[in-house]
Design a protein around this ligand. Sequence first.
Ligand code: FES
Length: 507
Amino acid sequence: MINRDGFSKSLWQNEAQAELAQRSMPGYTFDVVVIGAGITGVTTALLLQQSGKQCLLLEAHNAGFGTSSGTSAHLNTLLDTPYPDVISKFGKQKAMLAAQGAAEAIAIIKGHVDKYAIDCDFAYKTGYLFSQNERESQQLTEISKALEVVGISAEWSDGIPVPLPFDNAIKVERQAQFHPTKYLSALLRQYIADGGNYLDQTAVDHVDSDGAVQRVSAGKAIYQATDIVYATHIPPGLNLLHLRCAPYRSYVLALKLARDKYPDGLAYDLKEPYHYFRTAIHDGRPLLLVGGNDHKTGHEAKAEHVFSELEAYARKYYEVQAVAYRWSSQYYIPADGLPYIGHLPGGGNHQFVATGYSGNGMIFGTLAGRILCDLIVSGESPYTTLLSPSRIKPVAGFSRFIRENADVLKHFVSDRISQQSLTELSELAKGEGRVVKYQEKQVALYKDEYGKVYALHPVCPHAGCIVQWNSAEQSWDCPCHGARYAATGELLNGPASRGLRHIGLDD
Ligand code: FES
């Protein structure tokens, strides 16, 4: 079983976790340390290792712990950011390059599947985009024209593979789908077979750099490398990227249908947020994946309702026999619509990052592997001018952001709370969490399934925002930059680098 950063189980977690991690390292000096073993980290490490760089891949939990096991694993060149927007913000040539990059990512995945005979249900599928009102039809016409401009061949279609009413639809061939954790495990196995080093359950505490040498402290050891890659979905620490990437949650249902009307193809409506559909094979049987209802992380108090709404939406069009799986997952929307892949802002010449993938994580995570490998090996990538984080202009308020963070940390107080007050405050159902007021301060309370109550400081240690309870994933989520914590306070996802502080209990 693959562990994930959430309480709900995704369709992809039922894979046996390959026992791949080493427990000791052959030395402490590497060419590259890659931090994070999701699709970005594993692809980057594999390509670097095969290019002659000796790599160490470090993972705080297990491979695929983050969004790589929470994706719906669509592989499309129809990016989340509509091409008319990409053209208007980046120009025609760069929009063409973005389309080329998406196609290259699918080709890289297919190349790996073929070369290593990976059994991961990879299949080319036709992708459909459909409108349901006049405004969306106009939008679809503009998208269709923009697709032609960027070199993606799209045709108008009389039908769509899902039983929803629609006005107009376009279809694009050679989109694809796969099983993400089967693919990821196979890639990791190959990386190790190629001589790569891998430690899981090894969180990075901090990184020091004198420019030429990066010193990575992790698991009581210090590893040195010429280059490091933050493949952690969003980099840790305080960085311009945190002001340029907004965290979102997306919800997915895997449904068993009463009659086999599973779609043969990928389908997307044009709502905001949009819904997406595909079929996946699980234990030899098809399941319908329906996703959508996205919202900003930490901005939906009743995430349980989001699942109910999504299920009601699916039941409007399908005879659902059972909800086999349901889960939510996180992604980051970049300010200008395309991801940031390249040198870490403020990190010098030897620290690299990839983030801001929107809902195209499998595509951009794979492309990031290619780009980061090229940058580290040769110093160049055809995608540098398009995707480099250096395109971020100075961000107003960034120095205030740093200052305020320092203030918040100064004001961390070691409050205590009496057992009696805790009992009065904790009118919670088992499995419920809530931020409550106690003596003019806020306290995060969680009652576990045995009735034990945990009291935590709800102040996110990254930059001081107040976390919110996520009932769907039983986690504390930070609305500012997306850090997430287990119900009992342990860190699940950065950019924070430690968990929520516990509040002491007096008798
Ligand atoms: Fe930045 Fe919480 S993630 S303040």
